[in-house]
Write a protein that binds this ligand. Structure first.
Ligand code: NAD
Length: 430
């Protein structure tokens, strides 16, 4: 099928590339011409495992192209996916101005039947607004359908998730759109859940809020474990093996971050409020998450007594493993708090250092090699769960430090082993 993707970011680029890999013809649109130029020249604006190879392969095969022009995308396709940002407003609501802008652009340029699919995460009833907008701005009164197709991929595993989804959710109101959406997703051989548009939109916010709730639940348990001498990892294993609960998203840590959970949670609370319900449960999820970083910070300052002028090595800047994304990263927030207290930071991330520089600037020292981070440090902090951190030569790291103190915000190491190696070791809930 002929597909346009408007918004070529983490979601749009993965979506477009995977559709091309499935045999469709895809044109990816982005208003950021630097991004388009970079992609056209064979560069990659983001890091995502396996993505670069797939982009190259599908561009060479003539199934994937990039343009700064929405008009070109609309003209060359039957189905237009919108994957633009839906950032938070100061009151927790959602800024839908990017969506509205794209809906107007599509309306102004379409001259034949189109299916407009919203892939961005949006509040329930946004589809109705998109349809109203297109109707209002399309002078030719061309027929169209609006579809909601929320995306569930995880950054760091995006290609794998997109190619092999647990399910595909499509919310729609016409048989014509349903037939087209089934054809688009047929190569992926995944269960397709067809709903009305409002339900599809709600599924995304309900799913992300539930996952955030699961993380805050285990983080709250970690507090009880610390106070009682229990081990949160053993508790998580014990409850997670119950298939009704599941082990995923039960890892205690310094809290969740990223461009989705914090914003989607605030949005869902706001949506509920506008619909007349006080979603106090989700407010507590937010509170626990904030508390988790506060508690971790307190652990550091309690142990070091005075943070000012302490040399601290930080492993990890991305909001989680396998990504260069630092948006709302707890690791970055931790760095900012430590800098504010006067610490001298030596930081390392396998992929996110470049993007972190835009936030932290030269307030920290960027260390290219993981093994050099601990040099002459008073303490070492693990802030992101990159698997390679497990391979750190701990013996060497300890010897290179002025004081062997390790704060593990991701429970990556074994407390008994760390003690044996001579570390003062503080982790979460153990
Ligand atoms: P992103 O910021 O990485 O990408 C958005 C892209 O849209 C940018 O490249 C931007 O330049 C472009 N853009 C903005 N306005 C435009 C316009 N008018 N025309 C063309 N391009 C325009 O954002 P993202 O992380 O890909 O998220 C996009 C949406 O998908 C959001 O609603 C997000 O909540 C949702 N989502 C994200 C993830 C994720 O893991 N990142 C997962 C599921 C859903």
């Amino acid at each position: 099928m002929k597909i346009a993707i408007v918004g070529t970011g983490y979601v749009g680029l993965v979506t477009g590339t995977c559709f091309a890999e499935a045999g469709h013809h895809v044109i990816c649109v982005d208003s950021d011409s630097r991004k388009v130029n970079m992609l056209q020249a064979g560069g990659m604006p983001i890091y995502e495992p396996g993505l670069e190879e797939l982009v190259k392969k599908n561009v060479s095969a003539g199934r994937l192209a990039f343009t700064p022009s929405t008009q070109e995308g609309v003209e060359k396709s039957q189905i237009i996916f919108i994957a633009v940002p839906t950032p938070p407003l100061p009151d927790g609501g959602v800024d839908l101005s990017f969506m509205e802008g794209v809906a107007r652009e599509i309306a102004a340029t379409m001259t034949s039947y189109k299916i407009v699919v919203d892939k961005s995460t949006v509040p329930v009833r946004t589809g109705e607004k998109v349809a109203e907008t297109i109707k209002r701005y399309n002078k030719a009164k061309v027929e169209f359908d609006v579809v909601s197709n929320p995306e569930f991929l995880r950054e760091g595993f995006a290609v794998e998730d997109f190619m092999h989804p647990d399910r595909v959710v499509v919310g729609l109101a016409s048989r014509r759109a349903e037939a087209a959406m089934r054809e688009v997703y047929a190569p992926f051989k995944a269960p397709i859940i067809v709903t009305d548009i409002n339900s599809a939109e709600l599924i995304k916010h309900a799913a992300n809020s539930f996952l955030a709730l699961k993380i805050s639940y285990i983080n709250a348990i970690s507090l009880i474990c610390e106070a009682s001498g229990a081990n949160v990892q053993e508790v998580a294993n014990g409850i997670g093996m119950d298939t009704r609960i599941g082990r995923q998203f039960l890892d205690a840590s310094l809290g969740f971050g990223g461009s989705c959970f914090p914003k989607d949670l605030s949005a869902f609370i706001k949506i509920a409020e506008q619909l007349g319900y006080d979603f106090a449960l989700l407010k507590e999820v937010q509170r626990i998450n904030t508390l988790q970083l506060d508690r971790f910070m307190k652990k550091i300052s309690d142990t070091l007594w005075v943070v000012k002028d302490k040399r601290i090595g930080v492993l990890g800047l991305a909001f989680k493993q396998n990504t260069d994304d630092v948006r709302m990263s707890p690791a970055i927030e931790l760095c900012q708090r430590l800098i504010k207290e006067g610490a001298k930071l030596r930081v390392h991330d396998p992929k996110a250092a470049e993007k972190a520089k835009a936030i932290l600037g030269d307030a920290v020292t960027y260390v290219p090699r993981m093994d050099d981070v601990a040099l002459d440090c008073d303490a070492l902090v693990v802030a992101t769960e990159w698997p390679e951190f497990k391979k750190l030569d701990l013996e060497k790291a300890r010897k290179s430090m002025t004081h062997p103190i390790l704060f593990d915000g991701r429970n990556m190491f074994d407390p008994a082993e760390m003690e044996r190696l001579g570390f003062i070791y503080k982790s979460i809930g153990r």
